[in-house]
Design a protein around this ligand. Structure first.
Ligand SMILES: [Ca+2]
Length: 465
């Protein structure tokens, strides 16, 4: 009897020890939790552990705290209602588009959903679309490079944007996707565009994905040293330019002359550029250059091309993009140096906050100047020109989104003088990745995922009270 009792006590001790070890090991550490989750095929996070044990149907039980909720904010003209729809998968980036009045969401890991009204309840619901995934080699990339670049492999390798548009020469609408793509044989990566035809706009039936564009220069994870694999500066925005072509904004991956070689001023590659791609023969050319991380692109009704771009600290920009023009990076910026870069750390004596290779001496002279540049941390993402009439006081205003300050900013733009005149900050309270206008005049935002596994991205539909 005594032996049996000892065995039971030992088992209980081992059991408690295992739980404690797991809790300590995974505490506030999303990668480890993700690893465990993958091993156990289980959504596993502290605080949710006991709920999860009860749950039998793990897949259906997605872990965001609230699937749908609303908030209200006051602005200069309107009281706004924000309809927050928590997306069903935890991923970074991805993109949103409108198709036949419904919102299409492709996650950073290529899961395709529609967000639309349920016929019976009028509530919005996500439906998973049965489409093939983009074959970008993400798993192989993570496997080969996670040891070197850590969590950045999972976070930054994936889908950057989507675009769904009708073009004259095609019977069906075209669905474009921009993504990083891993070239396993050479252990390097490129940026690519894939396209499918939308064969049925209601059921979202897609043809097979076809790769129509890839950068020639394949980048290794040690292109830059600090950080390695700087795909936070990947750009990736897609926009329809005309019936024959699209524009594609590509970042410099921090290859800026300080943290790596200079790519954005070198015309032999497409990084740090906006690229025009012909959709009939897939030929491409450099449209504009000297960009750092152009994450926003919008072409308005009058064919004005607006872009946004992350600068170094305090140097985020809105630009009016003109063909064959040089936007200055890395030789001109109003921003100062990032704390993370090598240049910042080199010596304490010199002016270490200055961007060290600014040839323009903080004037941006000899390069196309931005329409506006922030002197504070802003974390710019995408933008639109508001061309609807639902928010009737916002007509032709630029609506620019921000990650760090969790807001949208409305600019009044003087089209004749090409100047911004007025700005209104509108606090949303979430890091915003993407913005699209809907045909009915409402505006939709895609937010960033949080650091914790239960902080899923949201799609926020902005409405008036
Ligand atoms: Ca610039």
């Amino acid at each position: 009897m005594k032996i049996k009792k000892t065995i039971v006590v030992n088992i209980v001790i081992i059991w408690i020890f295992t739980i404690l070890t797991t809790i300590v090991w995974t505490y506030e550490n999303p990668e480890k939790i993700k690893k465990l989750k993958d091993i156990l095929k289980y959504d596993f996070s502290i605080g949710k552990l006991f709920n999860n044990i009860k749950s039998k149907n793990v897949k259906k039980n997605f872990k965001s705290s609230k699937k749908y909720f609303t908030t209200e904010i006051d602005t200069a003209y309107d009281q706004l209602i924000l309809n927050h729809h928590t997306v069903p998968v935890y991923s970074s980036y991805g993109g949103i588009a409108e198709l036949e009045g419904n919102i299409i969401y492709l996650s950073g890991d290529s899961d395709l959903f529609t967000l639309k009204k349920n016929n019976y309840s009028e509530n919005f619901e996500f439906t998973l679309i049965n489409a093939k995934k983009i074959n970008n080699g993400k798993k192989a990339f993570i496997k080969s490079n996670e040891k070197t670049v850590g969590k950045n492999a999972e976070k930054y390798f994936g889908i950057k944007d989507i675009l769904i548009e009708k073009f004259d020469k095609f019977e069906n609408k075209l669905f474009f996707v921009s993504s990083l793509k891993y070239i396993e044989l050479k252990n390097c990566y490129v940026v690519s565009i894939f396209v499918a035809e939308v064969l049925d706009v209601i059921s979202i039936e897609l043809s097979n994905w076809k790769e129509i564009f890839s950068s020639q220069k394949c980048l290794s994870v040690d292109l830059t040293t600090n950080p390695r694999f700087a795909a936070a500066s990947a750009g990736g925005r897609l926009s329809k330019l005309n019936e024959n072509s699209i524009l594609f904004s590509v970042g410099d991956f921090y290859a800026d002359g300080v943290n790596g070689p200079i790519l954005s001023q070198d015309s032999s590659n497409i990084y740090g550029k906006i690229i025009e791609i012909n959709i009939n023969d897939f030929s491409s050319k450099i449209f504009s250059y000297g960009h750092r991380n152009p994450q926003g692109l919008f072409i308005d009704d009058q064919k004005n091309i607006f872009s946004t771009e992350h600068g170094p600290t305090g140097g985020d920009e809105i630009n009016l993009v003109l063909e064959n023009s040089n936007y200055g990076w890395p030789y001109a910026t109003y921003g100062t140096n990032y704390k993370s870069s090598d240049a910042y750390k080199k010596t304490a004596n010199d002016n270490r906050k200055k961007w060290p290779i600014d040839k323009s001496n903080n004037s941006h002279d000899n390069y196309v100047k931005p329409l506006f540049s922030w002197g504070n941390q802003f974390g710019i993402s995408n933008l639109i020109v508001y061309e609807g009439d639902y928010f009737n006081n916002w007509s032709k205003n630029l609506i620019v989104t921000s990650l760090a300050t969790k807001q949208i900013v409305r600019f009044i733009y003087d089209y004749k003088r090409k100047l911004v005149l007025y700005k209104e900050n509108i606090k949303i309270g979430k890091r915003i990745r993407d913005i699209i206008p809907l045909k009915d005049g409402k505006i939709v935002l895609l937010t960033d995922r949080g650091k914790k596994l239960n902080e899923y991205p949201e799609i926020i539909i902005i409405d008036k009270k």
